[in-house]
Design a protein around this ligand. Structure first.
Ligand code: WT7
Length: 652
């Protein structure tokens, strides 16, 4: 049985960690921010918007006349890349390091804000030469290298919304996203380095572009990263980045775009299999990511070194590697590889080398480090660290306390930040100079954010109660719609509870009114911080010639939050030969990417279904978690569950 504390235990958490006095005394944000925002929420956000440099200052804050379609700062205009780069150079900070790049093989690059301005300008000129104009979509499929940030900022600079596709996704996933966004250009690389070896990317692009629906891609711009030989080349279509970008002028005049101009699309899994293209726009998004980065990490741009370990392909990378830190003129680390390559102390070596002061990572990484042993981080000097952040899934109290003790030397506040691709920026989090931190809880909404926990009827629960997390007022970085599908936007997020945004997370409020996040309530699984839909994995399994039917559930897992557990009915003549489940697991990994590989696969004779033919995943989850079965009365055939359970012992 696993050791993870039950909810009752969580709510009895009595450890408290007060902010260090010195940090509190110099904190960017103090308790008065909550009051200010409470008294005048829109005025508060209008003030935060002044962190940005506008071409045309907005006179309006929020237009909520047509909910759920919000407009923030709608009559203002600005350029996002100018805000993230040029304005810092104009302020005399051109020599400040923007990015300390650490490649996996150990190669490094130091990029100042002046360097970044030149590179982004050249890339913007190159995209313009390739015919990309404002409004055209550009797909970006790259490893964690400086060109990824340059490419994103170049798109922002010319008003071309980018759609970054995580480099670990398959050709299929890439093709679906290119098609849905109707991208005209794809920016990729020959490959990236992973666990000591080059890993190719370009072949996946070549394959994706053979799929129907991707014909409108005019060019593929290829960064040379690994120098792999034999890169397949399509004359006319394919161009080397260094050949096209390096010869461009180093000046480019940024043009201002409307506050609501689309900035990017980022896909997130949905329950119906088709991923949702989450649309974020310009000024509200930038306001909130800049403010939250300043507030939650207490950023002092002249002295801090920030490091967010996420991949740029996820929203965490968009908001807290690219837009938030750079809008704030921060110095940050960008690391290409994994935490254990070439050794399990690699991250801590990087913290020591660059004097990282603010670290932002995920519970799954923290748990892996716990497993590898306390003695590994102990070998490095981590005394530069002053704040530690966590994001992506609930962090169990023991991991929180380990993080603070072994990484933070018992000095550093830990900020557990709750948010989503859809929210664009951090929503619920402690403030490091204000909050008495409670391990395992994200605690309270940030100033200017309205969130609560409601029951099935949409009534706010009292302290001590549980239900669903909802956001009760619009916020600047909120998604504006699902790309091309306003109706799905409305039905997914705004129909469950009248007037509120349904986040899809279960939550509890403890006796102090602090919020505890309890994971997804719908059929999206959360595996090591990644959202994966049950339907996608089922579809992949059923696509295998030996599988007739499949039902997938996320079972609670101490290491990855949820583990994918699949129940499959084999095709008639197929028997359970040795190696079959391994074959199926590999098949899913190949179809959807390694993150979607099921941990367990159980061949069964039948699946529990309701009379309307809906698979009862709830019961399968009970089985996968070794629990007594819940209500089986709506099953067509209750003996099905006996058969499934009979298979269990040793079925792994
Ligand atoms: C889902 C959003 C936010 C960027 C990374 C994931 C879960 C996220 C926390 C947290 C508990 C969390 C939620 C949320 N989640 N942060 N601090 N505590 N759960 O973005 O892929 O859009 O996933 O991640 O379930 O709904 P995403």
């Amino acid at each position: 049985m696993n050791e993870s504390p039950s909810l009752a235990n969580l709510l009895k958490e009595e450890r408290r960690f007060t902010p260090p006095a010195e940090l509190a005394a110099r904190a960017n944000v103090t308790a008065t921010a909550y009051e200010q925002a409470e008294n005048d929420r829109l005025g508060f956000w209008a003030t935060q918007a002044r962190r940005l440099t506008w071409g045309t200052e907005p006179t309006e804050t929020l237009d909520w006349s047509n909910p759920p379609f919000a407009k923030w700062f709608a009559d203002g205009k600005l350029n996002v890349a100018y805000n993230c780069v040029d304005r810092h150079v104009e302020a005399g900070l051109g020599d400040r390091v923007a990015i300390h790049f650490e490649g996996e093989p150990g190669d490094t690059r130091t990029i100042t804000y002046a360097d970044l301005q030149r590179e982004v300008s050249q890339a913007a000129n190159a995209l313009t030469e390739l015919g990309v104009t404002a409004g055209d979509r550009v797909a970006i499929y790259l490893p964690m290298i400086p060109e990824t940030i340059v490419a994103m900022l170049a798109c922002a600079r010319i008003g071309a919304p980018h759609s970054v596709v995580f480099g670990g996704f398959s050709a299929d996933a890439l093709a679906t996203r290119i098609e849905d966004a109707d991208a005209r250009v794809v920016i990729t690389a020959d490959g990236g380095f992973r666990k000591g070896n080059p890993s190719a990317l370009k072949p996946a692009v070549d394959e994706a572009l053979t799929r129907p629906g991707t014909e409108r891609v005019r060019h593929v711009l290829v960064v040379r990263r690994t120098g792999q030989p034999d890169v397949e080349w399509h004359e006319e279509r394919d161009l080397w980045w260094h050949e096209v970008v390096d010869r461009q002028p180093e000046q480019h005049t940024p043009q201002d775009f409307d506050a609501e101009h689309p900035l990017f699309i980022l896909y997130t899994s949905g329950t119906t299999g088709k991923p949702k293209g989450i649309l974020h726009t310009t000024a509200g998004y930038l306001t909130q990511v800049a403010y939250t980065h300043h507030a939650v990490f207490d950023l002092k741009p002249e002295s801090d070194v920030f490091w967010c370990t996420a991949d740029v392909g996820w929203v965490t990378g968009h908001s807290y590697i690219v837009y938030g830190p750079l809008a704030n003129g921060a110095t940050e680390v960008l690391y290409e590889g994994t935490p254990d390559s070439p050794h399990k102390g690699r991250w801590w070596e990087i913290v020591e080398k660059y004097g990282v002061t603010l670290l932002y990572t995920a519970p799954t990484a923290i748990r892996a480090c716990m497993k590898w042993g306390d003695e590994i981080p102990a070998k490095f000097d981590l005394t530069s660290l002053r704040i530690l952040g966590s994001v992506g899934e609930p962090i169990n109290p023991e991991a929180w306390v380990w993080y603070r003790h072994h990484i933070g030397g018992d000095r550093t506040p830990v900020v557990d930040t709750w948010w989503q691709t859809e929210t664009g920026g951090i929503m619920i989090s402690p403030l490091p100079g204000v909050t008495n931190a409670k391990p395992g809880s994200a605690q309270v909404p940030l100033p200017g954010i309205s969130a609560t926990v409601v029951d099935d009827e949409g009534q706010a629960v009292p302290d001590g109660g549980g239900g669903y997390l909802v956001l009760t007022d619009p916020w600047p970085a909120m998604l504006r719609t699902i790309w091309g599908d306003d109706e799905r936007f409305r039905s997914t997020y705004w129909s469950r509870f009248e007037g509120s945004y349904f986040a899809g997370d279960g939550a509890k409020k403890d006796e102090d009114g602090d919020v505890w996040l309890l994971g997804r309530v719908d059929d999206v699984m959360l595996v090591s911080g990644h959202n994966i839909s049950t339907t996608e994995v089922e579809s992949a399994l059923v696509a295998h010639p030996k599988v007739a039917e499949a039902a997938v559930v996320g079972a609670t897992d101490p290491e990855t939050t949820q583990a994918i557990c699949a129940f499959v009915i084999l095709r008639g003549a197929v028997t359970e030969a040795e190696g079959l489940t391994e074959e199926l697991r590999t098949h899913v990994a190949k179809q959807l990417g390694p993150i979607a590989k099921p941990k367990r696969i159980l061949p069964v004779a039948e699946l529990p279904k309701t009379r309307s033919g809906k698979i009862m995943r709830r019961l399968l989850r009970d089985v996968a978690e070794n629990r007594a079965l819940g209500d089986v009365s709506t099953l067509t055939d209750t003996s099905v569950m006996d058969l499934i359970q009979a298979k269990l012992p040793g079925a792994d």
